[in-house]
Design a protein around this ligand. Structure first.
Ligand SMILES: [Zn+2]
Ligand SMILES: [Zn+2]
Length: 365
């Protein structure tokens, strides 16, 4: 099969023929239909977050079940499925306490860049190639865990459904699962990229009374309006904290979501939430960068600062819920896909990602 292989940090992907071994017990072979191009893949490519090489990246995908391994009961050949990059084992401490997004088995797979049994299914001339998040969606086929597969209903295009696997779930889940934003509350979101737009539409979907969006890119702020922003602030020309205070009669917002992940934007949102309000950090800060907040305010303001990984997803519940709301036209997915690419064009797709040309670029197989 054809795959985009990363051999060296900071170099182009090599698109070439490699071998894929059959699925083992509780594993499934997927014929990929689509894979989103995500900033987290780029972080691996640029070695901001090292992995094991060589590796096939890609962690936001959807496809069709081609073949099932022994003991698979959840899916059968021919099923259309969306894939989660944190396939819950169901039995570890995290899973048993409802924290499927930080399943210990999935964390172990992400670190070792292998499948759950510690081995790999990808080869090139006898050489082992590693898996990314036990998915590796930048290839025509992928071997994945059975529990990584969530059935996609008929009539939902897989090119759009693929994005639920990372950007959509991360952005929406931060608002619905982590912060539990309630109707009428006021919300600020920093960063109107692939994840931020989903936090924006999630807040609008649950009837937040204000959705204030902060970015430095006019094009992204335009998209933000289409996804439910009530006010946009260009932080290049306006002080975002002062503007948020103005818009909330000096009190600050109830909830703020940082989809950038920089010490500066975290600090700004800390200042922009009301006493007792919550700042949720969704964006991933570069290794070694520390956010700082005035310690005295932790007690006196009772503000809450917390992180949200993958929207605290319970994938088998949340992916289905998001697809249902998409079918009811309450959540936008198709509009997120601004350009599609062939696998051979993957290096261009990443150049466009970094140039900020797309909401989401998607590789279509
Ligand atoms: Zn688990
Ligand atoms: Zn991602």
């Amino acid at each position: 099969m054809k795959a985009a292989v990363m051999y060296e940090p900071k170099k182009d992907f090599v698109v070439e023929e490699i071998e894929i071994l059959p699925p083992k017990s509780k594993e499934v072979l997927i014929r990929m239909a689509a894979s989103g191009v995500c900033r987290s893949d780029y972080a691996r490519l640029m070695w901001e977050r090292p992995s094991v090489l060589p590796i096939v990246l890609g962690h936001e995908g959807a496809g069709i079940v081609e073949k099932i391994g022994a003991g698979v009961t959840r899916v059968k050949p021919g099923d259309k499925v969306m894939l989660t990059w944190a396939a819950p084992c169901g039995v570890c401490h995290s899973c048993q306490t409802g924290k499927y997004n930080i399943c210990a088995e999935a964390v172990r797979e992400r670190t070792s860049c292998t499948m759950r049994d510690g081995t790999t299914r990808l080869r090139k001339g006898g050489r082992e190639i590693h898996h990314f998040d036990a998915l590796s969606t930048f290839a025509e086929y992928a071997v994945v865990n059975e529990s990584a597969c969530i059935i996609c209903p008929e009539g939902v295009p897989l090119t759009s459904a693929a994005l639920i696997g990372c950007a959509v779930m991360t952005g929406i889940g931060a608002v619905w699962n982590t912060a539990r934003v309630n109707p009428g509350s006021t919300v600020a979101v920093t960063g109107a990229g692939g994840v931020g737009l989903n936090s924006i539409q999630a807040a609008a979907c649950v009837s937040a009374s204000q959705v204030i969006v902060i970015d430095v890119d006019e094009q992204k702020l335009e998209f933000a309006k289409q996804f439910g922003a009530t006010t946009v602030i260009n932080a290049k020309s306006e002080n975002p904290v002062e503007r948020v205070m103005e818009l909330t009669n000096g009190s600050g917002v109830d909830f703020a979501f940082d989809c950038v992940g920089s010490p500066k934007t975290i600090g700004q949102l800390w200042d922009a939430v009301r006493p007792g309000g919550t700042v949720v950090v969704v964006g991933v800060a570069p290794v070694g960068e520390n956010a700082s907040i005035p310690g005295i305010q932790l007690a006196f303001s009772e503000k809450i600062l917390r992180g949200s990984l993958y929207g605290e997803t319970r994938p088998h519940v949340d992916f289905a819920r998001i697809v249902n709301l998409y079918q009811l036209k309450k959540i936008k997915l198709d509009e997120l896909v601004t350009k599609t690419y062939k696998l051979e064009e993957i290096n261009q797709a990443f150049a466009d990602l970094i140039a900020g040309k797309n909401v989401r670029g998607v590789i279509v197989y």
